[in-house]
Write a protein that binds this ligand. Structure first.
Ligand SMILES: *Cc1c(COP(=O)(O)O)cnc(C)c1O
Length: 399
């Protein structure tokens, strides 16, 4: 998302770093602790306190954090996990890493989040088995499958889905909830922090996210057993008490380094400022784009008691050529991107599971009409103005 082209007048995304972060990284380089030192622990503690989690486990990326959750939940090859095709593909890939089967439930149109009514129906039908289950399963690749084990909802663009309804589904069918909050650090649902709405939640810190550690991620949970397992698995499977060359489990090197943790620790001291600035940029956009025909603006639903803006994704009218709009914006110096691309229509997903266009119509519609326009906490009002002017010109010419 954050690749900048020197010809562009405004970057698509940008980290927000100060001399505080730079000094903290330099300070780490004055010490022998480049991994698993004090910054690591301080960063974990800062995020744990911020969201009210008993455990925070810093890792090398959001994707590795999600993978640890899948492992900690005990998901086995062939097990079913209900999730959404309207996401960044990592949320599905981590299920595939364990040879489990992602079963998709389409999004609801307003937020792009997983549709809770469809999710409830899918869980009931999968639990009932046979014919009822069949209509939720992919055309191929799930001939032999295990039980439904987990739900993996995503806080799309920073906004949590209908978690009360999702938790009811989990309770009814005894399922683990893994919340992909990689776009939602700082958001709340009915007053409760994103990431803490299921059994385990994952944040990501790639440079376009609300805070950055360069690369990095972090898992939060109140569950001691999950936390112990994830701490072991991120560190080559070393259980508490194992020596450096003793590995109780098949693990990974998913550790976060000290330089990243130092950046994250300082960014957490600035989180209110960073989120306020993002909200200001979103408000500038909303003000200027409100009158523009042929464009729908992102909606914050009432259950989102605080919105931590991640991206600003507008939707153009269905009869407009979205890709041409993006192309013409680029020609006028403004980067923009489709966001998201439906997961079920990625080549390897169509190969593995036989998915076809039309399978998840809401996801495809959102995928066809969405445009992420430049967005970051360092954007100025003048830059927002430039983006809006170019967008208006391009839409005027297209309409
Ligand atoms: C950013 C993101 C991730 C994981 O990101 P990494 O690049 O692995 O840190 C996962 N899911 C969603 C929805 C994301 O936006």
């Amino acid at each position: 998302m954050s690749k900048s082209n020197p010809e562009f007048k405004v970057p698509l995304s940008s980290p927000d770093l100060t001399d505080l972060e730079r000094q903290a990284a330099l300070d780490v380089l004055q010490t022998p602790n480049l991994s698993m030192g004090p910054e690591y622990q301080a960063f974990e503690q800062a995020v744990a306190e911020y969201v009210g989690a008993k455990h925070a486990i810093a890792v090398s990326s959001g994707t590795s954090g999600l993978h640890l959750c899948v492992r900690a939940a005990g998901i086995q090859p062939g097990d079913l996990v209900l999730t959404t095709p309207f996401s960044f593909m990592a949320s599905t890939n981590v299920i595939l890493y364990e040879k489990a089967i992602p079963v998709f439930v389409d999004a609801e149109p307003e937020t792009g989040n997983i549709d809770p009514a469809r999710l409830a129906q899918a869980a009931d039908d999968l639990a009932a088995g046979s014919a009822a289950a069949q209509k939720w399963l992919p055309r191929k690749g799930a001939e032999k499958h295990g039980p439904l084990k987990a739900l993996l909802p995503v806080d799309v663009f920073g906004q949590p889905p209908e978690m009360d309804a999702i938790r009811q589904v989990a309770e009814k069918h005894n399922l683990v909830i893994i919340e992909d909050s990689c776009e939602a650090l700082g958001s709340t649902y009915q007053g409760h922090p994103a990431g803490m709405l299921g059994d385990m939640g994952v944040f990501a810190f790639y440079p376009n996210k609300q805070i950055t550690t360069a690369e990095g991620g972090l898992v939060v949970t109140n569950n001691d057993a999950y936390a112990d397992m994830m701490r072991a698995l991120r560190n080559q499977g070393r259980a508490p008490g194992d020596t450096w060359l003793q590995h109780s489990y098949l693990g990974y090197n998913y550790r976060m380094d000290e330089l990243s943790a130092a950046l994250g620790r300082v960014q957490m001291t600035r989180i209110d400022e960073l989120l306020d600035k993002r909200a200001q940029v979103a408000a500038w956009y909303a003000e200027r784009l409100a009158e523009l025909p042929m464009v729908e603006l992102p909606q914050v639903v009432p259950s989102t008691s605080k919105m931590a803006w991640f991206v600003y994704v507008i939707r153009v009218a269905a009869d407009l050529d979205r890709d041409a709009v993006i192309h013409q914006m680029a020609e006028k110096g403004i980067p923009a991107r489709p966001y998201f691309a439906p997961i079920h229509l990625q080549l390897y997903m169509m190969d593995m599971f036989g998915y076809q266009p039309g399978d998840y119509p809401v996801t495809e519609d959102l995928g066809n009409r969405g445009i992420a326009i430049p967005f970051s906490s360092v954007m100025t009002e003048a830059q927002v103005e430039t983006v809006c002017q170019v967008l208006a010109e391009v839409l005027h010419a297209a309409g």
